[in-house]
Design a protein around this ligand. Structure first.
Ligand SMILES: Nc1ncnc2c1ncn2[C@@H]1O[C@H](COP(=O)(O)OS(=O)(=O)O)[C@@H](OP(=O)(O)O)[C@H]1O
Ligand SMILES: Nc1ncnc2c1ncn2[C@@H]1O[C@H](COP(=O)(O)OP(=O)(O)O)[C@@H](O)[C@H]1O
Length: 211
């Protein structure tokens, strides 16, 4: 049997520059990685709220939400986490190609997979944020009671306890949520990210539309 896939992707008649111009923003993926309880969701929600009210077209993809739908068939083995991150990267790429700013909040514990996300999206429109918080502090917070369950052996492959977390080697932005207030961490994110969303090359984008 021939395994060749008979797939013929088409190209839209609306080009990327036209979409950016119509959205008045530079599409970008902001990827937050960190331990459970480090502050990914808190900061991503606050950042989404801020950017939305500044007029950006922005959408947040968060681990627990994606795992209730797109990735509901996946668990927390290394293989499943990699597949989860791969799916999210592909979904985010479509959203960026449509012109959106996308925020992703996932533990995403493996450096190699985070690098793959960067490759799928393209390095020019990717910002990696390391939400850095010690395991001891995350465990103290234990916002969902998961660390206690993991310590009792009731959850397999729990990040930091029975499954690894590889800190990013070269994050674009780093926040230290065990020493900073939420406002301080959020301020750092806004200062780093908002300037990256201003439309570049407006003149050439308009020229593309009229041609
Ligand atoms: N075993 C295990 N390890 C870690 N986390 C667990 C686990 N089981 C369930 N949860 C819940 O799943 C959320 C993390 O999902 P992610 O999709 O971000 O994980 S990953 O990127 O695929 O590693 C995570 O959410 P956050 O606490 O917001 O990180 C937990 O609520
Ligand atoms: N600087 C900070 N940034 C983000 N969260 C913080 C910070 N300082 C304390 N916290 C607290 O830490 C907890 C983080 O929980 P959450 O955002 O659900 O983490 P995660 O999504 O990484 O699992 C929240 O209770 C939040 O109020």
């Amino acid at each position: 049997m021939n395994n060749k896939k008979h797939i013929y992707p088409f190209h839209s008649q609306v080009c990327y520059e036209q979409r950016k111009s119509s959205m008045q923003q530079e599409p970008r993926l902001v990827w937050l990685t960190g331990l459970s309880g480090s502050g990914k969701s808190t900061l991503a929600l606050r950042l989404e709220h801020y950017l939305f009210h500044q007029g950006y077209k922005v959408y947040l993809l968060d681990g627990d939400n994606i795992r209730s739908g797109l990735s509901k068939d996946l668990g927390f083995s290394e293989k499943d986490r990699k597949e989860n991150v791969r799916r999210v990267a592909e979904a985010a790429k479509l959203m960026l190609d449509a012109g959106l700013v996308v925020l992703c909040a996932f533990i995403s514990p493996y450096e190699a997979e985070r690098q793959l996300v960067k490759e799928v999206i393209g390095k020019d429109r990717f910002t990696q944020v390391y939400v850095n918080c010690s395991l001891a502090e995350c465990e103290k917070r234990d916002t969902k009671g998961l660390y206690a369950k993991a310590r009792r052996g009731e959850i397999d492959h729990f990040t930091g306890i029975s499954s690894p977390y590889e800190p990013p080697l070269a994050p674009d932005v780093e926040v230290a949520t065990d020493t900073e207030s939420i406002e301080e961490s959020l301020g750092k994110l806004i200062a780093a990210i908002e300037p990256q969303l201003s439309l570049q090359n407006e003149a050439s984008a308009v020229a593309n539309i009229v041609s």
